[in-house]
Design a protein. Sequence first.
Length: 148
Amino acid sequence: MTSFVAAAAALTSGEPLWRTIEQPLVLRLAVTAAGLALIAAELWWFLARHGEAVAAREGERGLQEITITVDGGYSPARVRLIAGRPVRLTFHRLDPSGCVAKVIVPDFRRSLDLTLNARTSLELPAMEPGEYPFHCGMAMVRGVLEVV
């Protein structure tokens, strides 16, 4: 209650309720540099390529097949495919978080619910050369299909 009385007295006297403590220039520069480094790390994490693409293997009926493990991310996150041939993506979900419970392939308007500790497959038609992204339901976990 006394702090309330002191604050009320400060308001009536025209004094500010807080005072500014000047920080040394070195400390201000260090905090700014650390903040910029964290921003750069976040941009790298979400936007940069992570690892080389893994080629899908030849499956039955000319289908390209690959298993993608879902555990804190997609592994592999980059899949190399041959143009003009259909593909079967098999997702093996180990991560219990709700974010990775669904995978979305926006270029094909396809989505797939992933069951925990199970393998779930998604077949896609033959593709033209290019890159086709896929991601979790919140678009935080991402992968790419590289078609060559």
